[in-house]
Design a protein around this ligand. Structure first.
Ligand SMILES: [Zn+2]
Length: 265
């Protein structure tokens, strides 16, 4: 099958992840690249940082598709002596495009939280919020919080910071709310959903302490990178099948480099 142009890939991707559905503060879409370029290989990664850009160039990818944006605030320069400018230069010099699908991929169906749910065998029944963020669902068989955490540990990448749990490890859980990535601003919706456990990342002391009062769900912080990473394989598979439908194909690779910022020293 023929190799698609970058413009064709973007058209296919944006049918899944409509840029118009991204949050107002978000910046998604094509960051670097020529829409008329032919694309033969695509690398999927969570973060557009030097290590994943180096990986894209090493495997001769023509496109790096990331979840997180490179530029979120306006810039007046991409000079190579700034770190983001250096990334842009490296991409352009290596003929590698960069494209971002962020909050538009979060609320898409299937989207980032669906991929996390699938990785853990959670059967989802809808979004956690009206704007389409997060998911609520059930574990097929009730299990102890302790065993659910073990399942998470075996199913997604784990950062050096590990998995943090708030709640009785022996507590039996069945209903689940989850939000891949940072989700500590969704506690109100989680409480209304009445679930047994909330799985997300980037939880802070004060919101957790307040959320845990009065029959609250158990909380699991499994790391930002780790909870978003399952989406990469889902997005890669969708790209393959969507391109096939228009008679085109690319090779895809999912980055296995754990770009979680935390480490143990
Ligand atoms: Zn994120």
């Amino acid at each position: 099958m023929r190799s698609p142009s970058l413009a064709e890939i973007i058209e296919v991707i944006e049918r899944r992840y409509d840029p118009a559905t991204a949050a107002e503060w978000d910046r998604v879409g094509l960051v670097v690249g020529d829409p008329s370029a032919r694309i033969e290989r695509v690398l999927f990664a969570v973060d557009p940082i030097m290590v994943t850009i180096d990986q894209a160039i090493a495997i001769r990818a023509d496109l790096l598709l990331t979840h997180h944006p490179l530029f979120l605030r306006p810039v007046h320069s991409v000079a190579a002596n700034s770190w983001k400018g250096a990334l842009a230069h490296r991409l352009i010099k290596s003929d590698c495009a960069l494209y971002t699908a962020h909050t538009n991929a979060d609320i898409a169906v299937p989207g980032v939280s669906d991929a996390l749910a699938d990785a853990l065998g959670i059967v989802t029944k809808g979004a956690l919020t009206e704007s389409g963020l997060g998911r609520v669902g059930r574990i097929p068989e009730p299990m102890k919080l302790r065993d659910f955490v073990a399942k998470i540990r075996a199913s997604i990448p784990i950062s050096a910071a590990g998995i943090r749990v708030a709640g009785d490890p022996e507590r039996l859980i069945e209903s689940v709310a989850l939000c891949a990535g940072a989700g500590d601003d969704l506690f109100d919706e989680v409480r209304v959903s009445g679930v047994d456990v909330y799985l997300t990342s980037d939880l802070r002391h004060h919101p957790i302490t307040e959320a845990l009062q009065g029959g609250a769900p158990a909380l699991i912080d499994a790391g930002h990178f780790a909870t978003e990473w399952p989406w990469l394989a889902q997005a890669a598979q969708l790209l393959i099948s969507d391109l096939e439908a228009i008679g085109a194909s690319v090779e895809v690779e999912v980055s296995n480099i754990n770009t979680d910022a935390w480490s143990n020293v």
